[in-house]
Design a protein around this ligand. Structure first.
Ligand code: C2E
Ligand code: MG
Ligand code: MG
Ligand code: MG
Length: 291
């Protein structure tokens, strides 16, 4: 590998690499402190019924309230957390906090919807994951059916045997499992059938240009049909336009998530959308396609 990388491969620490390593270590240290000092927060992005406009679920998305740099998105620190092993502690906190918040919303008489939590590959492949999740549900008095775990295809494929076992245990507990970013990874359809899944999430990259790119439109139709054939719910991610919504409705994709209806919001603002009589205003005014 060193040979094919060229002669520079022998100079192990280039100045740029040194800086990158230092930056990695700095973020890791700051992140450890952030977790201990309560600087991590969860925002929640509502998911809507494409036909009625009602909220049908929320996805918990972690943010870092950095004292100097403001709100930092997960793309900047989740990779560091995964490489350093901090993801275990962060993941435990995320599941516990999402369960606590959901129970609190239920207790306030708000619309009862499941909360979806993203699980990284490292978390999925630990032997004690199902037990830790059961603990979080119990501590917060939340029934398992209100929790959905989002897992990517590549996380599943890393260790298929272990993943199948863990998902089976979680499924038997009553936890729902969604396959996140579907279509962007490599998963064999033969394997898909073996996992105890309840939903597929159609990746944002296919939704984005479906109005103008015939290939993307075809992929969206195929993923929706595949999900339904396997008896799964299909949730479209990153829905930003009315045209996308109309297309998805026409193809019987009834769950949508995206900026068109709502971005991820802090819990106080989500509570407003969880009022029992709230429906997103745009849906009812759109033509319902004839099936
Ligand atoms: P994801 O699970 O696929 O989450 C969806 C991402 O798309 C979120 O970005 C969300 O804010 C964004 N999004 C939703 N609708 C739209 C839209 O209409 N337009 C655009 N441009 N973006 C939209 P976010 O919050 O930055 O999260 C990025 C990724 O970080 C997530 O992708 C997930 O893989 C990871 N992540 C977030 N929270 C956690 C967590 O608690 N644990 C772990 N392990 N990973 C997390
Ligand atoms: Mg997700
Ligand atoms: Mg996703
Ligand atoms: Mg994504």
């Amino acid at each position: 590998a060193a040979k094919s990388a060229g002669r520079n491969a022998y100079r192990f620490f280039t100045p740029e690499m040194n800086t990158r390593v230092q930056q990695f270590l700095r973020i890791e240290n700051e992140l450890r402190r952030a977790l201990a000092h309560g600087e991590l927060v969860l925002h929640y992005q509502p998911q809507f019924d494409a036909f009625t406009g009602a909220v049908i679920g929320v996805e918990a998305l972690v943010r870092w309230r950095h004292p100097q740099r403001g709100l930092i998105l997960p793309g900047e620190f989740i990779p560091v957390a995964e490489e350093s092993g901090l993801i275990q502690a962060i993941g435990e906190w995320v599941v516990d906090e999402a369960c606590r918040q959901t129970r609190a919303w239920h207790d306030r008489g708000l619309r009862r919807v499941p909360v979806a939590v993203n699980l990284s590959a490292a978390e999925l492949h630990r032997a004690d994951t199902a037990g830790r999740i059961a603990g979080a549900l119990q501590r917060n008095g939340l029934a398992a059916r209100w929790l959905e775990l989002e897992i990517t295809e590549s996380a599943l494929m890393r260790d298929i045997g272990r993943a199948r076992l863990t998902l089976q245990v979680l499924h038997d507990m009553g936890v729902q499992i969604a396959l996140d970013d579907f279509g962007t990874g490599y998963s064999s359809l033969a394997h898909l059938r073996q996992f105890s899944l309840s939903a597929l999430k159609l990746d944002r990259s296919f939704v984005r240009d479906l109005e103008t790119d015939v290939n993307d439109a075809a992929i969206c139709r195929a993923v929706i049909a595949l999900g339904h054939t396997l008896g799964l719910r299909v949730i479209a991610e990153g829905v930003e336009t009315t045209g996308q919504l109309v297309f998805l409705r026409g193809n019987r994709c009834s769950a949508i998530q995206g900026a068109l209806f709502s971005p991820a919001l802090p819990p106080e603002q989500v509570a407003v959308l969880l009022q029992p009589d709230y429906v997103a205003p745009v849906a009812p005014t759109l033509p319902v396609p004839l099936f």
